[in-house]
Design a protein around this ligand. Sequence first.
Ligand SMILES: N[C@@H](CCC(=O)N[C@@H](CS)C(=O)NCC(=O)O)C(=O)O
Length: 286
Amino acid sequence: MKLAREIAGDGRFVRQPNRFTDRLGPPEPGRYRLYASYACPWAQRVLIVRKLLGLEDLLDVTIVDPIRDEKGWRVPGGEYLSELYLATDPEYAGRYTVPCVWDTVDKRIVTNDFPQITLDLEMTWSTSPDLYPQHLRADIDAMNDRLYHGLNNAVYEAGFARDQGAYEEAVSRVFATLDFLEARLAGSAYLFDTLTESDVRLYTTLARFDAVYYGHFKCSIRRLSDYPALWAYARRLYAIPAFAETTDFDHIKRHYYVTQTNINPSQIVPVGPLLDWNEPDLSRRP
Ligand SMILES: N[C@@H](CCC(=O)N[C@@H](CS)C(=O)NCC(=O)O)C(=O)O
């Protein structure tokens, strides 16, 4: 299994580097196609930003099948994502990951560099609403870094750890970060004064937390729904169509529990949790 290459000698999960890192040039209708999965937090970021920025007509999308088999992600029509990776680089030996952007003119993957894709859309494709405002960029970058190491990737480090100490270290980072975020969001609607890229990055992990990371990845000290401010914040974002319309709990649960047989060999998908994402947010009455 390719993931095994990303387990370090001491049992830690160390994510592979992103192989295709060209930057997205200016938009050209019909030229670029995003391959994404509703299950994947890194891909959902791009789906959210595409909708928030109104780029649906400029960036086509293919949603892959949520269940990945031994050949990787399958595209409707029977094609596999691997074909695009190998057409771009026949020597490519890593995992075939979403999100990635395919150039239909040059017939190559331009980028699978997920943290840069949304930033390129925000800086080059559309700046309204401005999810990456110039005066906040240094603070957003620092927040994004904290989110990635403390939460977005830390849940994977907990879930994929092959060593008790490595798991415990990752879990304590996850909950220290959630505690920090709970305090920060107790007094504000978003991470900064306005909705930004950082909120998108935080949301996609929160949306998966109770349904998958709590049980499947053993991040079970507390649930998202045990954090009043964070849970209200997550529902506040879910009330925005770009967030709700790209959140598919069925794809999310089936993907993780059925595909990651190293963690869940029975492939049983849990029935719960019962969570009402539409529960009104009464914490910030005008
Ligand atoms: N590009 C990054 C992050 C993107 C990523 O991990 N995507 C997952 C889905 S959440 C994926 O496509 N995995 C394919 C696989 O493991 O074969 C990576 O290489 O780790």
